[in-house]
Design a protein around this ligand. Structure first.
Ligand code: C5P
Length: 406
């Protein structure tokens, strides 16, 4: 995800420091090159040695000590692709807002021209204090991204629950990804994505569903957001959380997914059907739990709406993308779907291919276009594949808009 990207993590003195050790690991697992710098107060919670051992690089604290014979804060300010300050304490945020450079971290902040992502974590009282609020508003007005802290149990037993916790790692990772992605070629384009499975209720305790995890659709939503799109994600029940900061609508049945997708149809944007929608639903929902008295039992089924097929009626200026999951004759079947559902491109995969399919993080696909072109995409991470799909959709959309404007 972050292959070769250089991330400088600035660590301030709050109890959430212990979580930053794991954050560093998480960024490394995503192939980032991570360095750290600490405020003097941060070292009272965790020793720089911990960060040095994790990163294999110095974890400097002192503004006046020079490592590698360079002026430390200038070297640190120019080295990274992004600076992530976590946990950002109320004091450091105040110093950032007022240009106070009294330690290595704050001096690096003032000197850097790189993107800085500020991830506050502090006690609820400090977070809600008007001084903190004003400082954050000032930083945001200058273009810095300040992530909202999470709600939950605070470090102090006395305080119980409140807003001020460090956000989950996945939320931080999403923000870093969106900040690092410079090519905003879907800026302000509406992108609506269906994802995951649907559930068709049989009785109060049973349903018909499938193995779709939502991973492909969620990766598409994450990538589209990073590219600047205005994303709506309509998803069925999943075991993973949808990407943060995205308009996500959770639905259960195919009919509900159809209604929500139609209500959020992108008029001059991109519609992506990544959901594995149940083709049928029970003809009748039983209010009572069905009994096992009979030796044989059958449930009459009726057809569900085909969302992509139905929404082709609304298609004027939008690009429609579909998925086809086939175990045999995939090209022939996919071509049929492309035509029948009036798609601009269709992504074909075979769940029996190694690394492809439902619950894995990778996929191996072919992309078929309405003009007959086919591209073979090698096995890759679902996020990078999403970038590939969205780039193609965006090119078609731009060409269409250019042709319309002639
Ligand atoms: O026809 P098939 O189900 O194989 O088509 C798959 C594509 O159509 C996927 O993009 C899927 O999201 C979409 N689809 C849909 N509504 C359905 C069934 C499939 O939008 N009821």
């Amino acid at each position: 995800m972050f292959s070769g990207k250089k991330i400088l993590v600035g660590v301030c003195g709050g109890i959430a420091v212990y979580k930053i050790c794991e954050l560093v690991r998480e960024l490394q697992r995503k192939n980032a090159i991570v360095r750290t710098m600490l405020t003097p107060d941060a070292t009272r919670f965790v020793s720089p040695l911990t960060f040095e051992s994790l990163t294999g690089a110095p974890a400097p604290v002192d503004l006046f000590q020079s490592y590698k014979n360079e002026i430390e804060h200038i070297e640190l300010a120019t080295w990274p692709d992004i600076v992530v300050v976590a946990p950002a304490t109320a004091t450091t945020i105040a110093k950032f807002a007022h240009g106070i450079a009294d330690n290595l971290l704050t001096a690096t902040f003032l000197a850097t021209r790189k993107n800085v992502l500020i991830i506050p974590a502090m006690n609820t009282g400090m977070w809600e204090n008007p001084a903190t609020k004003d400082n954050i508003a000032l930083l945001r007005s200058r273009g810095y991204t300040v992530v909202e802290p999470a709600y939950g149990r605070m470090a102090s037993q006395r305080e119980g629950v409140g807003v001020g916790r460090l956000p989950e790692y996945a939320v931080i990772v999403s923000h870093i990804f969106r900040n690092l992605w410079e090519n905003k070629f879907l800026a302000d384009v509406s992108v609506t994505i269906t994802a995951g499975c649907t559930r068709e209720k049989i009785d109060p305790v049973r349903f018909i569903s499938n193995y779709a995890s939502g991973k492909m659709g969620f990766a598409l939503a994450e990538a589209a957001a990073a590219m600047g799109a205005d994303v709506t994600l309509v998803h069925g029940p999943t075991h993973i959380d949808p990407p943060s900061g995205i308009k996500s609508l959770q639905v259960e049945s195919a009919e509900a997914m159809f209604a929500a997708t139609k209500a959020n149809y992108p008029l001059n944007g991109v519609l992506i059907g990544a959901a594995a929608v149940s083709d049928f639903r029970p003809a009748k929902f039983s209010n009572r739990k069905l009994k096992k008295d009979e030796a044989e039992f059958s449930i009459p089924l009726v057809k569900n709406p085909d969302i992509l097929f139905e929404l082709k009626a609304l298609k004027k200026k939008s690009v429609h993308v579909g998925f086809a999951l086939e175990t045999n004759d995939e090209i022939a079947y996919a071509k049929n779907k492309l035509k029948n559902k009036d798609l601009d491109l269709i992504v074909v995969n075979n769940p029996q291919d190694a690394g492809a399919g439902f619950s894995v993080d990778t996929n191996k696909v072919k992309i078929l276009f309405a003009n007959g072109e086919i591209i073979d995409v090698p096995l890759m991470n679902k996020l990078l594949l999403s970038v590939e799909i969205l780039k193609n959709a965006s090119t078609i959309l731009k060409n269409q808009n250019a042709a319309d404007g002639r």
